[in-house]
Design a protein around this ligand. Structure first.
Ligand SMILES: Cc1ncc(COP(=O)(O)O)c(C=O)c1O
Length: 436
């Protein structure tokens, strides 16, 4: 069997190569929060540098206690014994897929990794279209129907992956949708795997509150989180899982810990030091998180306005740093440019407009759909100084390099709509160079 590199990582490498060769590309193709590390986190990393023992597989008592407190503050009382930390939530998701029996139901579209991980774990994957109002969750009626059909064909759909807010649509499910899904989980005896890695990046929690399915389907929901997105620590690889307080939850946790002991052993000691501090949520870190959230909201909103102006349909973003436009209204115009689906749309934007996006087909969406994900967090800047300027600005949209990138994207989408030419891609020093 051969494995392909994940499409988002492959695109990131391609963009880096082409930029190194001198091309000017606005990179919206990679789901990374491109912001500087908060200094307090660096201090903890340095302080933890002498932690060179392996330590317990699930993480030491201090870090598990910090994670338990984090969940408790979100309406999910948690015993540290029900927590496992790991090098990234990706590792935990794979271990869970391997440990939980049965087949998998995923929203369509969803994050690129769920389905390949399920296949790695020997499972059959069933995609269920998302509802009109949000991404990250299966449409409840379509979920019931998919389960019925899968069972008729002899499959055993048991695990549902939910993401809130989600990647790729940058939206989160309203509480009534989560309630319906929790009810279906009880009726159909499903396990919910709730990926809440973007939870702290809901743009306006007062206006659009978030509800974890673990508050409702307590005994059958496993929650995953991590620091890659909220604190821009993707490369530090810190993830955590919360298991239900039941005998089954304890068994699942033991299975995941056993898997961990044979693969990654434990989260690196210095990272446990960082995670203890971060999940403790000191005020200075919350203040920084609030500023990050404001930046994500402003730039995602600006991108939403651009795609709508460019003739696309799109769910308004409510969390994280993505928008997921649908250029179906331009199908005829695009056919004239040989753009007939997600892949050709992605290629056209890169080749003709210097804009890198990831086609919906990579998220399990219909290959013919004229949809893609734009990761807006890539626009904050190519250097630490640029990123800090975007973060510090009262109006990030007025910061030169952010404005230039948004303008270049707007010109690209105008070309799609046939409103203006876009050859060759715009050149701007702020948009070139290998990102840091
Ligand atoms: C929905 C979702 N879950 C999990 C991850 C992986 O995060 P980590 O860096 O913790 O492995 C990502 C990263 O892109 C993501 O978008």
């Amino acid at each position: 069997m051969s494995w392909l590199i994940s499409p988002n990582l492959a695109l990131d490498e391609l963009v880096a190569q082409r930029r190194a060769a001198g091309e000017s590309i606005v990179h919206l193709g990679f789901g990374e929060s491109r912001l500087p590390v908060f200094p307090g986190l660096v201090e903890r990393l340095v302080a933890g540098a002498d932690r060179n023992a392996y330590g317990p597989v699930a993480g030491d008592a201090a870090v598990r206690s910090a994670v338990a407190g984090y969940f408790a503050r979100r309406g999910l009382p948690t015993d540290p014994e029900h927590v496992v930390v790991a090098p990234g939530s990706k590792a935990l998701l794979l271990a869970l897929q391997a440990a939980i029996p049965g087949d998998v139901l995923v929203p369509e579209p969803c994050w690129v990794t769920y389905a390949p991980q399920a296949r790695l774990a020997g499972k059959r994957v069933f995609g269920v279209p998302i509802p009109a109002e949000c991404g990250g969750v299966p449409d409840p009626d379509r979920l019931r129907e998919t389960i019925r059909q899968a069972r008729q064909q002899g499959y055993d759909p048991r695990l549902v992956v939910l993401t809130s807010p989600d990647n790729p649509t940058g939206t989160h499910a309203p509480p009534d949708v989560v309630k319906t899904l929790a009810m279906i989980a009880e009726e159909e005896d499903l396990i919910l795997l709730s990926d809440e890695i973007y939870r702290d990046l809901v743009h306006d929690p007062a206006a659009t509150p978030i509800l974890s399915p673990a508050e409702l389907a307590r005994s059958r929901t496993v929650v995953i989180t991590g620091l890659s997105k909220s604190l821009a620590l993707g490369g530090w690889r810190i993830g955590a899982a919360r298991f239900p307080d039941t005998a089954w939850g304890a068994q699942l946790r033991a299975d995941v810990t056993g898997y961990a002991s044979e693969s990654w052993s434990t989260l690196a000691g210095p990272m446990q030091e960082v995670a203890t501090y971060a999940f403790g949520e000191p005020p200075e870190l919350l203040e920084r998180l609030a500023r990050d959230r404001g930046l994500h909201r402003a730039v995602a909103r600006a991108m939403y306005d651009i795609v709508i102006h460019g003739g696309a349909e799109c769910r308004p973003p409510t969390g994280g740093f993505y928008v997921y436009p649908d250029f179906e209204p331009l199908r005829e115009t695009l056919a004239g440019k040989s753009v007939v689906g997600g892949e050709s749309l992605q290629r056209h934007l890169l080749e003709n407009c210097g804009v890198a996006v990831l086609a919906g087909v990579h998220f399990g969406d219909d290959a013919r759909a004229l949809r893609f994900r734009a990761a807006t967090s890539m626009l904050y800047g190519a250097t630490r100084a640029e990123q800090q300027a975007a973060l510090d600005a009262p109006d990030p949209l007025a910061v030169g390099h952010v404005r230039a990138a948004l303008d270049a994207v707007e010109a690209g989408f105008a070309e799609l709509a046939g409103l203006s030419p876009c050859h060759p891609p715009p050149r701007s020093p702020a948009l070139t160079g290998t990102p840091h």
